[in-house]
Ligand binder design. Structure first.
Ligand SMILES: N[C@@H](CCC(=O)N[C@@H](CS)C(=O)NCC(=O)O)C(=O)O
Length: 206
């Protein structure tokens, strides 16, 4: 049985939503993060989520690989697009942007300042810089969503599922979303999806 490893509220939420949206026969298992002694380290020595353990014990990591892999288990799903199509490249473009500019380029500074300095006195400044980078990274998404309800092709795709993670985190990061009305409206549409509501509830976040 294929198993998806997640942690409540982490970026693995996107893969969890895809499993529920496509009703894939995959076990979703919650693990504790940041525990050197966690048995999960035997499965994934990096200790990060999401990770997908396939039937043959191959371990896949990285949202940018896992989300397309899961969607391809249901060929023709509207969450993704056919190989060779421009829409598929556009969806992958957003996945790359979110993983780099938004997750690592902004949220890692906000959530993990210790990865950037050993000096605790520097942490507030690093977090502040992360919030500025987050606002910069969200601006093009806000502009795009002011003209269309979803990122690609006027329908709910992997790109939106992944974006929802970071808009949810942004809603918690101070009053940031007050300057992003299109993203606020997006978050409402996102949470109205049955698969999102189910995943929030299963992760204890409803
Ligand atoms: N680039 C990875 C990032 C994965 C990642 O950093 N996951 C976080 C949770 S949001 C995690 O597992 N953190 C624990 C750690 O880094 O030890 C991806 O997109 O899948």
């Amino acid at each position: 049985m294929t198993t998806l490893f997640i942690a409540p509220g982490a970026c693995s939420f996107a893969a969890h939503v895809v499993v529920r949206e496509l009703q894939l026969p995959i076990t979703v298992e919650q693990v504790l993060l940041n525990r050197e002694d966690s048995p999960y380290r035997q499965i994934n020595p990096a200790g990060r989520v999401p990770a997908l353990l396939l039937d043959d014990r191959t371990l896949l990591s990285e949202n940018t690989a896992i989300l397309p892999y899961l969607a391809d288990l249901k060929p023709g799903t509207s969450l993704f697009a056919p190989a060779g199509s421009v829409e598929r490249a556009q969806i992958q473009s957003w996945l790359g942007y979110l993983a780099t500019e938004v997750h690592v380029g902004a949220f890692r500074l906000i959530n993990r300042p210790e990865r950037f300095s050993t000096d605790e006195a520097a942490f507030p400044g690093i977090r502040q810089r992360g919030l500025q980078q987050l606002a910069n990274a969200l601006k093009p998404i806000e502009a795009h969503l002011a003209t269309t309800p979803y990122l690609v092709g006027n329908r709910f795709t992997l790109a939106d599922i992944y974006l929802g993670v970071f808009v949810g985190w942004s809603a918690r990061a101070g009053a940031l979303l007050a300057d992003f009305p299109a993203l606020q409206a997006f978050l409402g549409r996102y949470r109205a999806h049955e698969s999102v509501a189910q995943a929030l509830s299963a992760e204890g976040l409803a």
